[in-house]
Design a binder for this molecule. Structure first.
Ligand code: SAM
Ligand code: SF4
Length: 442
């Protein structure tokens, strides 16, 4: 068998696509962790921020030397940067053999066959409106992962003014519920205990399709699959967060008590320019209602600093929102112009050093809030789904609570894939540390 090396940048959806590509190639290639030993190198790319795109060019640029030494090695650039740049990638990186957009990755084997037959380069960035993602069951027998991703929809219709996703991944389309359920059932048969349902805006699942369930209904159906212990989902757009979904989060025991609800900014003026279609007050009202219905819920968010025109006052509104909501964790980014995204044309760009200062202030504030929340766990017992040994310390087990907090702990052999009770004794910056008490499988 030949060897394939795959490097995945960006979101969970890219990880999901990479897993499908490997499954499509499984009769010809085995996965190998060493880039220099590979016969086929695939770089699955992200273009959501400028920095992510630069990383792709830097990695693929370095492959030029390898291609010179071993011209038979096939190099493929796939995903969002491939979609965005198309043929232009070959101008900068002429050693690339295959350029495939997010829809075209599902045609990987046929394009690869052409390259192997001497036809190169191949560029396929076709994007059709009603793209139906093929049903591909990944082979998981060897690795027996405890958790897995399941894409429930493709694309996005929201056109937030800073965002490239609607252009690289196309218009929103939901997968039929029976395919999603079949895929989750397959994963459970392979030993998976927790699935995360993926979409750019899962809250609008099925709205464009006739006869599809709502997202909350789908969630309940997935949760009813025997042998599945936990369901998560991401991402939720605040404007589409319904009371029905809040109740599902509160009532359905298998649905994890964690919601990632990207706010982006605490200033109404900036939210409007971002085309987010909610106000600060509307966002905060939804958070308050959710916390009334489901007091144990943990919230996380995404924040962008330095959006064009963001004043000191706008930025302070973001800081005060972070104080008010007290997220368990946040992902914060410096704004960057993206090709095609409308805000690249906005005047009043914020200088890099101001963006960096604002980002540092956000980090500092959130580090304190996260520390305080983590410390409130000390002395408490939590349920943890054990994912395996901790990558940072193989003497410890690692897993997550229903609220998505990482817990590292000492315990006996054989805990992988089990639900256990852990007494929290200490905290780190991004994790909790504890001691094994007992197995609490459902
Ligand atoms: N669909 C999800 C949502 O609405 O939150 C995820 C979108 S994107 C893949 C993930 C995050 O990247 C966004 O929530 C946003 O904070 C950030 N992001 C997107 N475009 C950006 C840009 N041009 N500059 C900086 N951050 C950006
Ligand atoms: Fe981008 Fe907005 Fe769609 Fe999220 S909801 S993918 S931020 S356009």
């Amino acid at each position: 068998m030949k060897k394939v090396f795959i490097r995945t940048f960006g979101c969970q959806m890219n990880e999901y696509d990479s897993e499908r590509i490997l499954t499509l190639l499984k009769d010809q290639y085995v996965s190998c962790p060493e880039l220099n030993e590979a016969d086929l190198i695939i770089v699955n790319t992200c273009s959501v921020r400028e920095k992510a795109e630069q990383k792709v060019y830097s990695l693929v640029g370095r492959l030029k030397h390898l291609k010179r030494r071993r011209p038979e090695v096939i190099i493929a650039v796939v995903g969002c940067v491939a979609q965005q740049e198309g043929e232009r990638i070959l101008k900068r990186l002429p050693h690339v053999d295959l350029v495939l957009g997010p829809q075209a990755v599902y045609r990987f084997p046929e394009h690869l066959a052409k390259v192997l037959a001497g036809e190169r380069p191949i560029v396929d960035v076709t994007m059709v409106k009603n793209f139906r993602q093929p049903l591909i069951f990944p082979e998981l027998d060897g690795t027996r992962p405890v958790k897995a991703f399941v894409t429930i929809m493709q694309g996005c219709d929201n056109f937030c003014s800073y965002c490239v996703v609607p252009y690289t991944r196309g218009r929103e389309i939901s997968r039929p519920p029976e395919e999603i359920l079949a895929e989750v059932e397959h994963l459970v048969r392979c030993g998976v205990r927790e699935v995360t349902l993926l979409g750019q805006n899962v809250n609008s699942y099925g709205r464009k399709e006739k006869g599809f369930p709502t997202f909350a209904e789908l969630l309940r159906e997935v949760a009813s699959i025997p042998g599945l212990w936990r369901v998560r989902f991401t991402t939720s757009h605040p404007k589409d967060l319904t009371e029905e979904l809040m109740r599902c989060l509160a009532e359905e025991p298998k649905v994890c008590k964690h919601l990632h609800l990207p706010v982006q900014s605490g200033s109404d003026r900036i939210l409007k320019r971002m085309n987010r279609r909610y106000t600060r007050a509307e966002y905060l009202n939804k958070v308050a209602k959710l916390r009334t219905l489901c007091p144990e819920i943990a919230l996380t968010t995404d924040v962008i600093v330095g959006f064009p025109g963001e004043t000191e006052e706008d930025f302070k509104a973001t800081l005060s929102l972070l104080e008010e909501v007290r997220y368990a964790e946040i992902f914060s980014f410096k704004y960057s112009d993206r090709p095609l995204a409308r805000s690249r044309l906005f005047k009043e760009k914020i200088p890099e050093e101001i963006k960096a200062q604002r980002l540092a202030k956000v980090h500092e504030l959130q580090a304190r809030i996260t520390r305080e929340i983590n410390e409130s766990f000390i002395g408490k017992e939590v349920e943890v789904l054990v994912e395996g040994r901790s990558p940072g310390n193989p003497l410890l087990w690692t897993g997550r609570t229903t609220t998505n907090h990482v817990v590292n702990f000492e315990g006996p052999e054989g805990l992988k894939g089990l639900l256990v009770c852990v007494l929290i004794e200490d905290t780190g910056q991004h994790s909790l540390r504890g001691r094994f008490k007992e197995i609490v499988n459902p």
